[in-house]
Ligand binder design. Structure first.
Ligand SMILES: [Zn+2]
Length: 203
């Protein structure tokens, strides 16, 4: 069984390093292999996640409904992606759910001039448009063989986060700072405990 770890602020913090928008959404559940950590617990956390993800929401959007539907699609996306990463086949229902979300038309991304350069103009998204943008991102990652091949599940049993590994480089953990270091500390403790149990016998 995976060891239980104290849920620190660092573990509760939202992550934006999984490699794509849809993968970052899946990463709003931490420790899937242990005691799940919900990183979208309320509408305030939803607002900040959308803001960091550069998803501009309609001003009169129903945030509670968006949160519920986003969490629902997140699990379908995760189940589908994990099955592909583990080569366990595809559940057509999850596939159709993602396709259904992706079919909704999204507004074109337009440019505005800003400080002598350009930037994206805010595009106010409805609930269906938010889900569509994320579903299309997932379709892009899963449908592109080079990207699909770079998808990995974190080596840490309690984490199981799915991330896009860098090109041409093997990466065991979703984050060296989080899972990599924890694994090292755990291995060190296990070694120390073994030493303590079986002290070397004097000859
Ligand atoms: Zn991890």
């Amino acid at each position: 069984m995976a060891p239980r770890t104290r849920v620190t602020a660092a573990l509760r913090a939202q992550r934006f390093d999984a490699g794509s928008l849809a993968l970052n959404l899946m990463a709003t559940v931490g420790r899937r292999g242990s005691q799940r950590i919900e990183r979208l617990p309320d509408t305030a956390s939803l607002r900040s996640w959308c803001q960091t993800s550069r998803l501009d929401l309609d001003e009169d959007i129903d945030e509670a409904e968006l949160l519920e539907r986003l969490r629902h699609m997140r699990e379908q996306a995760y189940t589908l992606t994990r099955a592909l990463v583990r080569a366990e086949g595809v559940d057509e229902r999850d596939l159709e759910a993602i396709n259904a979300a992706a079919r909704f038309p999204t507004p074109a991304r337009l440019l505005v001039a800003a400080a002598g350069s350009v930037e994206f103009a805010p595009t106010r998204l409805s609930i269906d448009a938010v889900l569509s943008v994320i579903a299309r991102d997932l379709a892009h990652v899963l449908g592109t063989p080079e990207l699909r091949a770079r998808l990995h599940e974190c080596y840490a049993e309690e984490c199981r986060l799915i991330f896009l590994a860098p090109v041409g480089r093997e990466q065991r953990w979703c984050s060296k700072a989080q899972c990599g270091n924890r694994a090292k500390v755990a291995a060190h403790r296990a070694r120390a405990a073994r030493m303590h149990q079986d002290p070397p016998q004097p000859r």
